[in-house]
Design a protein around this ligand. Structure first.
Ligand SMILES: [Zn+2]
Length: 396
């Protein structure tokens, strides 16, 4: 908060396990683990990491008490600008009905009817909830407005809280255009794009049966690229489709969901620079088939793990919960899941300043009340996050 604090240096010592995500700083594993470690924060940056006994002198000292420090989670996929509640839909689905993309319309109606203040209050509440669970960077999307004014409004609200803002006018075809989807694509790539591009970094499309097909998705993402927005795609969530290959073709930063993949899809991801972002909260909350993380990792694909936090298909803001699911049900090792929830999320946002604890990186750290990061999967559902620093300031 104060300039005084910003210029102070702090050492966190007595860290039993430090996750740096830099193999050269630690044990040569991808997590770059350092045992009996210390981290020095100078202003809003990491200044030093290494063994406790070698830590340089600093102004302040924090004793981690033999616990774990890892990079703050990077949640690269959420939908937090919304109003309303879909408890009844969830309850019905858990009683045996299948999920279909149309449920989004319920949230669209509630979001359009909400005031700016209500949307902002809702967003702020979920961001605080995520922060308490160790998330220091989050991407969030529009997609519940589906009019020029409501999409631009959602992005303005989001941009006040994060730099990772995604224009998702192409979430579903707006109800008013149900009989003329081509006209909606024209709106999304024309007037709506003009109003939204100044507030966003990314453009996204839900490429799925019942939402947008491959040709529509290509047109939307290409139009966004021409306006300086970088693509990411909701791809291959509910069925096989062209989304993943389109993502690689357009150099999207991420193809998100990746639940139904052919061998050609996996090959395309392995040979391209698009990250596969897996969102197990969605499969959990819809009782759907899990994405096969093991298959992707074995093929050499870069994998991120995120929450997909949204009121319909994945109403969790907890990255630790997703880590536990990924380990239990998607074939990931605890190390891989922790990497994917930190460095993987950063890769999915094409960021190199977050997702790792190395000199020069942003001082975003999570302190776990556990002797190692493995406890995130070993102790599912337990609130292990005991402290969070963002931009060098302790916020939890
Ligand atoms: Zn999503």
């Amino acid at each position: 908060m104060t300039t005084h604090e910003d210029t102070m240096s702090t050492v966190i010592t007595n860290i039993a396990t430090l996750v740096t995500n830099d193999p050269s700083l630690g044990d040569n594993s991808p997590l770059g683990l350092v045992r009996d470690a210390a981290v020095v924060i100078d202003g809003d940056r990491i200044a030093w990491t290494g063994e406790s006994s070698k830590a340089p002198a600093t102004d302040n000292r924090v004793d981690a008490g033999g616990r774990t420090v890892l990079p703050g989670f990077v949640d690269s996929h959420s939908h937090l600008v919304f109003a309303g509640d879909r408890t009844e839909e969830f309850n019905a689905r858990m009683s045996g009905r299948r999920y279909s993309a149309g449920g989004i319309r319920t949230t669209v109606a509630a979001t359009r009817a909400a005031t700016d203040g209500q949307l902002e209050a809702n967003l702020t509440r979920f961001l605080a909830e995520a922060l308490r669970q160790g998330t220091t960077t989050f991407e969030t999307k529009s997609g519940y407005g589906l009019t020029v004014e409501d999409e631009a409004r959602a992005l303005r609200v989001a941009a006040a809280h994060t730099e990772e803002v995604t224009y998702l006018g192409a979430h579903i075809v707006a109800p008013e255009y149900a009989e003329d989807p081509a006209a909606y694509v024209e709106l999304v790539t024309g007037e709506m794009l003009d109003a939204c591009a100044p507030h966003a970094r990314w453009i996204d499309v839900f490429c799925e049966k019942g939402a947008f097909d491959g040709d529509q998705a290509r047109a939307i993402l290409t139009a966004g690229k021409a306006r300086g927005l970088h693509p990411r795609i909701h791809a291959n969530q509910l069925s096989h489709g062209p989304g993943v290959q389109l993502a690689v073709e357009l150099d999207a930063a991420s193809a998100d969901h990746c639940t139904h993949l052919t061998d050609a899809d996996v090959d395309a991801l392995a040979n391209g620079s698009t990250v596969a972002t897996l969102l197990p909260g969605a499969e959990f909350s819809t009782r759907a088939e899990w994405p096969d993380a093991r298959r992707l990792l074995d093929a050499g694909v870069t994998v991120a793990l995120s929450t997909d936090c949204n009121p319909g298909s994945s109403f969790t803001s907890s990255v630790p919960f997703c880590v536990a699911l990924a380990v239990r049900d998607m074939g990931m090792t605890p190390d891989e899941a922790v990497w994917s929830a930190t460095a993987g999320g950063a890769a999915a946002l094409r960021r190199t300043d977050i997702g790792r604890l190395t000199p020069g990186a942003r001082a975003d750290l999570t302190l776990l009340d556990a002797p190692s990061h493995v406890h995130l999967a070993y102790r599912p559902g337990v609130p292990l996050v005991a402290g969070v620093w963002r931009n060098g300031t302790r916020v939890v």
